[in-house]
Structures are given as C-alpha cells and as structure tokens.
Design a protein around this ligand. Structure first.
Ligand SMILES: Cc1cc2nc3c(=O)[nH]c(=O)nc-3n(C[C@H](O)[C@H](O)[C@H](O)COP(=O)(O)OP(=O)(O)OC[C@H]3O[C@@H](n4cnc5c(N)ncnc54)[C@H](O)[C@@H]3O)c2cc1C
Length: 599
C-alpha cells in the first residue's frame, strides 16, 4: 500500500498485464474429479466473496461466515443516513432490495476503542427532483482506487459489469504543506515539481557542457531543454508549468508567471527529500506504479464490486448442505451469492483433520472438505499481540481464532507486521477546492498528522462533495486511533487547515466519520506490511499451508498487501488449489517453473 514495493521482477515479467487473459485462466477453475468439495470461507470481504463466487462457479458447495454485521470487510463505503436517498439508491441499484445490509450508513468501532459509539452518516443531501438523480454522496472509508496494472481486479469488474471511471491521484494544482518550508504555507505541486526539474536540468546541462558528465550523448542537451523547460541558452527562468499569478486573459490582460521556488530552499525541505519525510518525498508520490497520476474507481463507490458479487446468480448446487436454503432464495427461485453468506457469524475455531476441516460457530462444530481463511494473519497466531513497523500492539484476545495449525505457521502468522491506518471524511458546504484552488481531484499532502486530503474525482461543479480529510498510516495512525472521535476530527481539521486556511468554516462540522481500522470489528489494522519483500521467510511460511485443508486468502497473504488485487488473486488461487488438490508452492498454480525463494 505504500506504493514502494519493488516486487519480484523476474516473476512479474511473466505476469499478465492485459485484462481478461491469464487472470481468467486462474479465476475460472473447475472442480476436479467427480465430487464437488464443501468449502467454508471465513470472512465476507473482497477475498472471501471472490473465493465464494469462484468456488460456486467451479461447482463446489460453499458457505461464507462473517463476524461483522455487514458485508465487504475493509471495503467499506459510507452513504447518507437519509431515508429518501436510501430509497432512491435501492430503486436505482438494487430494486429487489436484496441483502439490505449492503447499504452502510452507520458503523461502530469495537468496545475497546477510544472512538467507540455509533457513527451514523449525517451527510447533507441536497434536494433533488424526483425524476432526476441526487448528487451521489459517499466516503470510501477503506479502498478508494485501482491501478491499471491490477488486471485481476479490473477483469473481475468487467465480468461483473462494474462501471469504472477515472480516479485522479494527482493534479498539478494539488497542494503540499511542509511545516519546514515557509512555515507550512501551502504550495502547488506544479510549483515544486517544475521549479525542481527546471533547475536540475539546468545544472546537469552545465555539467555536460563542462565535460563533467554525459559526454558522448549528444542529444542530452535537447532532452534537458524539454525536460526542464529551459530557454535557448539552456537556462531555467521559469515557465507556465510552474503556474500563474495571473492566468492569460482575454484582450489586454497579460498573464503573469509565478516565480520558481529556489533549489536551495527546496533541498532543505521535506517537499522533495525522501529521508526526512519517512520514505516518501511529497513531490514524487506519483512515481510509484500503484500511485500513477490517473487510476480507476468504480463509479458510485468501491463497494460496487462486492455488491455485484453478492447479487450474482450462482448454481443452486452451491448451497452447502450443512445449512438450509433461505426462504427468500426459494421464493426467488434463484440462488444469489449473498444467500450463502452468514453475517454475525463469528468463527471461534478452525481445525484441520486428515481429509477435512472443522469450524466452530456458536459452540457448534461444522465439518467441510476445505476451509479458506481471510482474517488478518495475527488473528490465527499464538498471542493477542501484533507487530507494526515501530511497536507491538495488543488486541482483544477474543478476536483470536483457535486452531491446530502447524506450530511454525502459527508463529509466522503472529510475526507478520501490520500497518495501522485511519481515515476521516468531511462534507464540503461547497466545492471550495474547485472554486478557490482550481483543484479537480487528486490529493494534497501535509507533514501534519493527517497526511492526506483527497478531493472527489467526480461530480465536478456540483453543490457539495465528500473529502477524505485524513488518511494516515503507521505511527501517525497509531496515535490517531488512540484518540476519541472529537479528537480525531480535530487532528484532521488541523491538517486540512494547513492546506486550506479557513477549512473549518467550509465543511459541515456536525458529522465527520472517523475510522481507525485497528478498532473495527474483525480487524486489527489497515493491512499487512510488504511481508513478501520485508519478511520473506515469514511470507513463505504463511503461504506454504503446511496444515492440510486450510488455505489463506486475502491481501495480507499476497504480494500486494493493502490492495484488493492481492485479495482476489489469493482467493482465486485458494479455490484452484482446492479444486486441483495442489499446494500453494506448486508451480502448476502459477503456470511457471519459477519457485519463490528468499534472498
Ligand atoms: C484505509 C484503507 C485504504 C485502502 N486503500 C485501497 C485502495 O485504494 N485500493 C485497493 O485496491 N485496496 C485498498 N485497501 C486494501 C483493501 O481494503 C483490501 O485489500 C481488501 O479490502 C481486503 O479484502 P480481504 O477480504 O482480504 O480482507 P477483509 O476485507 O479484511 O475481510 C476479512 C473479513 O474477515 C472477517 N473476520 C475476521 N475474523 C473473523 C472471524 N473470527 N469469523 C468470521 N469472520 C471474521 C472480518 O470481519 C472481515 O470482514 C485499503 C485498505 C484500507 C484499510
């Protein structure tokens, strides 16, 4: 999720970059042999629901158990707690009102959270004509964007007819506020970036001319001229790319360019240096492949993906015989994926047997041929503590799922480092960021605790919009999580003020959802750190599945933690492994002879 993952270059070279190619081969596995298997899936997040969908398609009998009272896991989209809006939403997207818990307008963190208490989304819904559409208001409290190279997820969206639109990760008008640069004065990204590369290009040209470097590459000067917007003398004297004090006018109204920021000033700030600001320079976030300037998002909210899964028709034979078919599905005459999902179903134990696995639910045992677990790795570990990059954090012991996993696997699951994450949403009284700052989407960054401010990538020029006013990770998220709801909102407001002075008066203050993922039911953090890269031996251990008939799926068990791509890729692999009787380290699962090894 940090976007810094270097990855396994050799392995990735073979991976598909075209939607609907290899991903389909992996996704669509047919049950092998004569007997379909019975499969219990723990967790109704994106991984659990995708695994259920693929398993049902492959001819297996499936049941999904979810401890929370809602679907989607970390893919949580919050919508207005407004009766008329909710009715419009269902009439438009789900007229049969199947699985009503798919519309989420309130949530509650766990009892042990300093931010406990019901948070109902009192977004202000502007009046709309009954014949028309209201402005769609939602906050993606978990995932919000999809990079173009996440081909398995994009294929799934295509298959399920989930409409996509651009997600703007970076617009040149986005703001950067660094407390060590001019007292935190917000500066446009374009000022920082183009001032930087202009001056660097000019310096490199001088070095080239002096014969210090790059002799022999005769086209370098021309390249530098284009790269840095240099003048005829290969000097940088500013350019329109840095921005205008006054934009070009109509008649006798000339433009005035902004003065470039001085290189010396930039080089003593967090704006362009990676070391001082964690591992990321504020100016170069967009250089990470996961954070390309334009990404994608499902139109109307990230939950549209799992909602489409829930509403998908699956073979009637997919109903696991351990449980009765719901009256609703019998009346309907069709089985939908949502019919095989049980909410408020907390699995307290999972045990491998020689040819099967047994789960414990409400003090009863149920046996299936195989189980797929999507809960966070430390929940299957040895103790109620998890590691983060800076410290260990305890979580309530009743979240642990008792099990008879191989001891070394259990130990590795406990060792997986997790990344805490928080988000806070605000509703604008107007779209002041468009009117005052010419910002149409993207993210502004601050060295303040709140870290990020996301602007909506759609609904331009409408009357309001939902902002993500705080999105922090690691230590800042641990700090924010431990605060009460009003304190978390204050932290977010302070950070937003550093970017937009007067922010407080421009948003509705009566309701701002504040989510600390570590305290959400069924969760202990945002996601796992890059385990495959940073804890390679642990990663191999947790994906080896030494214990028969129990498989792990979910982004935290994948090489793309913090991304749904990892969730659905592992889900599809788990189903394929069960169908074909393969172990996770079997190269046949990957269509390659490369075997992952740690350095
Ligand atoms: C703040 C944030 C931002 C993110 N941004 C992005 C993004 O922009 N793009 C992107 O693609 N991804 C993003 N992600 C990651 C994305 O949310 C995950 O990859 C995806 O939702 C993971 O799905 P999952 O099914 O693996 O896990 P989860 O969604 O966590 O599902 C696991 C489920 O297991 C349940 N469970 C746990 N214990 C039990 C039990 N004992 N019994 C029954 N059920 C249990 C949990 O309640 C949960 O519902 C983000 C995540 C967060 C938190």
């Amino acid at each position: 999720m940090s976007g810094l993952l270097a990855g396994f270059i050799a392995a990735n070279a073979a991976s598909p970059l075209r939607a609907n190619t290899k991903s389909e081969e992996i996704n669509r596995s047919k049950a092998n042999g004569n007997l379909p298997k019975t499969i219990a899936i723990i967790g109704a997040g994106v991984a659990g629901l995708t695994a259920a969908y693929r398993a049902a398609q492959a001819g297996h009998r499936v049941c999904v158990f979810e401890t929370a009272n809602r679907y989607g896991g970390r893919s949580l989209t919050l919508r207005p707690d407004d009766k008329d809006y909710k009715n419009w939403w269902f009439d438009t997207y789900n007229p049969a009102r199947e699985f009503e818990a798919m519309y989420v307008s309130s949530f509650e963190e766990r009892e042990d959270s300093p931010g406990r208490g019901k948070q109902a989304c009192h977004f202000h819904v502007p009046a709309w004509k009954k014949s028309g559409r209201p402005e769609e208001l939602y906050l993606n409290a978990g995932p919000g964007r999809i990079p173009s190279h996440h081909t398995h997820l994009l294929s799934l969206c295509k298959e399920l007819n989930v409409e996509l639109e651009p997600y703007v990760f970076k617009s040149d008008s986005n703001l950067l506020s660094d407390s060590s640069f001019r007292g935190g004065e917000p500066i446009q990204w374009r000022q920082v970036h183009y001032s930087l590369i202009g001056q660097i290009a000019s310096i490199v040209y001088q070095a080239y001319k002096d014969g210090v470097i790059l002799q022999g590459y005769e086209n370098v000067p021309l390249m530098l001229k284009a790269l840095g917007n240099l003048n005829e003398k290969f000097k940088f004297e500013g350019s329109s790319a840095v921005g205008f004090v006054r934009a070009p006018g109509g008649w006798q109204d000339p433009s005035q360019l902004k003065t470039p920021l001085k290189l010396e000033e930039l080089l003593s700030s967090n704006l362009v240096l990676s070391e001082q600001h964690g591992t990321e320079s504020m100016e170069s976030h967009e250089d990470y492949i996961d954070w390309q300037p334009t990404l994608l998002q499902p139109t109307g909210g990230m939950d549209r993906i799992w909602q489409a899964l829930l509403l998908s028709e699956i073979p009637k034979t997919a109903q696991a015989s351990q449980f009765k078919r719901s009256t609703r599905s019998l009346e309907r005459g069709k089985l939908l994926l949502g019919d095989i999902v049980k909410l408020n179903a907390k699995i307290t134990g999972i045990y491998a047997n020689r040819n099967s696995c047994t789960i414990r639910l409400n003090n009863k045992s149920y046996t299936f041929d195989a189980c797929i677990v999507t809960a966070a790795p430390p929940l299957l570990g040895k103790r109620n503590r998890m590691k983060t990059s800076t410290k260990e954090i305890a979580f309530p012991s009743d979240l642990l799922i008792d099990n008879n996993l191989d001891e070394s696997t259990k130990k590795a699951l406990s060792e997986v480092k997790m990344t805490p994450a928080c988000k806070v949403g605000f509703q604008g009284k107007s779209r002041f960021w468009e009117e005052e700052n010419q910002i149409y989407g993207g993210i502004s960054w601050t060295t303040d605790l709140s870290s990020q401010l996301w602007y909506p990538s759609s609904g331009f020029h409408s009357s309001t919009g939902i902002l993500t006013g705080l999105y922090n990770r690691h230590e800042s998220a641990i700090y924010t999580s431990q605060k009460s709801l009003p304190e978390r909102i204050e932290i977010a407001l302070k950070g937003c003020e550093s970017l937009h002075p007067g922010f407080k008066s421009k948003v509705y203050k009566d309701f701002a959802p504040a989510i600390a993922w570590g305290y959400m039911p069924g969760q202990i953090a945002g996601w796992a750190d890059e385990t495959s890269e940073l804890q390679c031996n642990i990663y191999l251990k947790i994906t080896d599945a030494l214990t028969p008939n129990i498989f792990f799926a979910g982004d935290s068990y994948s090489q793309t933690p913090g991304w749904q791509e990892g969730a659905i890729r592992t889900a599809a692999l788990a189903v394929r492994a069960i169908s074909d009787g393969l172990k996770p380290n079997d190269p046949r699962l990957y269509g390659t002879n490369d075997v992952m090894e740690c350095p």
